[in-house]
Design a protein around this ligand. Structure first.
Ligand code: SAH
Ligand code: SF4
Ligand code: F3S
Length: 482
């Protein structure tokens, strides 16, 4: 037994730790669990945790791993930020993502003045930026632990270091080491889950910070991915979302030579997995093999999220997207021809440096021609360290906002038409939420739209056919088909 009051306690714990992963982390989970039990006895209650996730599905997935580790230690989840341990898993893709985080850490700090035993942990993409970490060290001294995107699996070890040393712990790596598999995880929804198929990005779009904070592309082994899908199916998951910043590059760097289309096929062969989504393919290298797989594989959702970013070939070049307006439109046409009932959705940035009124008109033109089911629109946000931040032709904020409003109107109109087209169709939906008061189930279509329809609660988590009786703008009211 280790005696906690022994001066060399921390040294001894460290010296006994295995050197391989994930064994090392399971060891620290055990150590943390015994520390937590002591604390629970002193307090006469369970210790609580709360994780706030900012940003994309990759971060959401990482948060599930963090929650899994804390769960294994013995923390119990609470929806409130008044928890013994609060983690902010941060995003830095646009400036407003950062601003939101700073505002909220301030609140946590005020609460910690009343409850000094609380622990505040910051991790994720924003922590990969030296400037952000510096600012936190200076102005938010109550933060206990900071780590980045490459070592989230080390949470238990870092928590131990915080308790053993009583000091602020910072551990941010500038690049990834090995991919650590087999960590404990929790799945937020019982019936749907994300699976990382790759990490990082090699594309370096000139506006984007992701390659700097997530590192180079690393694909997981196909057998690990299939094993995870099987494990999930065994615990009741029906729908999986395969996640990567550019899923088309899957398998190009792990020596297995399995393409993304083949991986889709392999996952679809897992018994119990009934529906598969994926995010995000890059238009520059979306293969015909992939289009074919979506067309013929009934488990793959007929939904392609295909980020456009801009409709102007000149701006696309400056963005380093490596396709032109014409190539993008030709690709959408190819997809729509081979998969007639497909929904295409997109991301668009307005106000990229040098964007003229003509460039913007090209974006509007593509939106009208491609007939997107929906589009996420973003005002360009300057990210330090990216090539676009150095460009000297930044667009005036007012001009950009005015274009943004115009684009919203066009997108609204186009997507409303597309949604309306589905009225009267019967589609398979995954029953995701049941409202006891109204007796209505909320289901999600293949293309992510929602439909509310009356049925029993027992259908929660199953796939059922629903008639989309009435289009209510961007969702439907429906009835269960027989
Ligand atoms: N890997 C995906 C998207 C990652 S980020 C892809 O390549 O499409 C999600 C979206 O955020 C992007 O599609 C882009 O539209 C937007 N985005 C990224 N950086 C941005 C920036 N600096 N300013 C505004 N929007 C940005
Ligand atoms: Fe960013 Fe481009 Fe990579 Fe997407 S593909 S994450 S936009 S650099
Ligand atoms: Fe944000 Fe990081 Fe995702 S910067 S969008 S959370 S990869």
């Amino acid at each position: 037994m280790l005696d906690r009051n022994d001066a060399s306690y921390a040294e001894r714990v460290r010296s006994l730790a295995p050197t391989t992963e994930p064994e090392r982390q399971y060891y620290f989970v055990d150590v943390c669990r015994s520390l937590l039990l002591e604390r629970e006895q002193q307090l006469g209650r369970k210790m609580t945790m709360h994780i706030e996730t900012f940003g994309c599905q990759m971060n959401a997935k990482d948060s599930e791993t963090l929650a899994g580790i804390l769960n294994a230690i013995g923390y119990v989840w609470t929806d409130s930020e008044d928890a013994d341990l609060v983690i902010y898993n941060t995003c830095t893709v646009r400036e407003n993502a950062n601003t939101r985080v700073y505002g909220r850490i301030g609140y946590l700090g005020n609460r910690k003045k009343l409850f000094p035993e609380r622990r505040i942990v910051l991790c994720g993409c924003m922590m990969q930026e030296e400037k952000a970490v510096e600012k936190i060290r200076k102005s938010y001294r109550f933060v206990d632990i900071i780590f980045g995107t490459h070592n989230i699996y080390k949470l238990a070890e870092l928590l131990f270091e915080r308790e053993a040393t009583g000091k602020f712990v910072i551990d941010v790596w500038n690049k990834a080491k090995e991919i650590v598999e087999s960590l404990p995880r929790v799945n937020k929804y019982g019936f749907k889950a994300g699976i990382n198929i790759m990490y990082g990005c090699n594309n370096f779009c000139s506006y984007c910070i992701v390659p700097y904070v997530r590192g180079r592309e690393r694909s997981r082994s196909a057998s690990e991915i299939v094993a995870e899908a099987k494990h999930m199916a065994g615990s009741g998951v029906k729908e999986v979302m395969l996640l990567g910043q550019n899923v088309n590059s899957y398998g190009k760097n792990n020596g297995e030579g399995i393409s993304f289309a083949k991986l889709l096929r392999m996952v679809s062969e897992v018994e119990g997995i009934e529906r598969i989504r994926f995010m995000t393919p890059h238009p520059k290298d979306l293969s015909d093999e992939l289009i074919e797989e979506i067309a013929v594989n009934p488990k793959v959702c007929r939904h392609v999220h295909l980020p456009l970013q801009s409709g102007s070939s000149a701006i696309l070049k400056a963005m380093n997207r490596r396709y032109t307006k014409e190539q993008y439109l030709a690709l959408v046409e190819r997809i729509q021809k081979r998969i007639p009932d497909v929904s295409v959705t997109t991301d668009i940035i307005v106000g990229f440096p040098g964007e003229t009124e003509e460039d913007f008109a090209d974006t509007v033109d593509v939106v009208t021609k491609a007939q997107f089911m929906s589009a996420y629109t973003f005002l360009y946000s300057k990210r330090n360290g990216t090539p676009a931040a150095e460009m000297d032709n930044q667009v005036n904020e007012e001009v950009a906002s005015e274009r943004f409003q115009r684009l919203l109107a066009v997108v609204g109109e186009v997507s409303h038409q597309q949604v309306k087209r589905l009225e009267g169709q019967t589609q398979t939906v995954l029953c995701e939420e049941y409202n006891e008061e109204t007796g209505l189930m909320t289901g999600r279509l293949e293309n992510n739209l929602l439909v509310h329809f009356p049925c029993g609660k027992d259908l929660l988590g199953s796939l059922v056919p629903v008639v989309l009786s009435e289009c209510k703008g961007f969702y439907f009211l429906g009835t269960k088909a027989d």
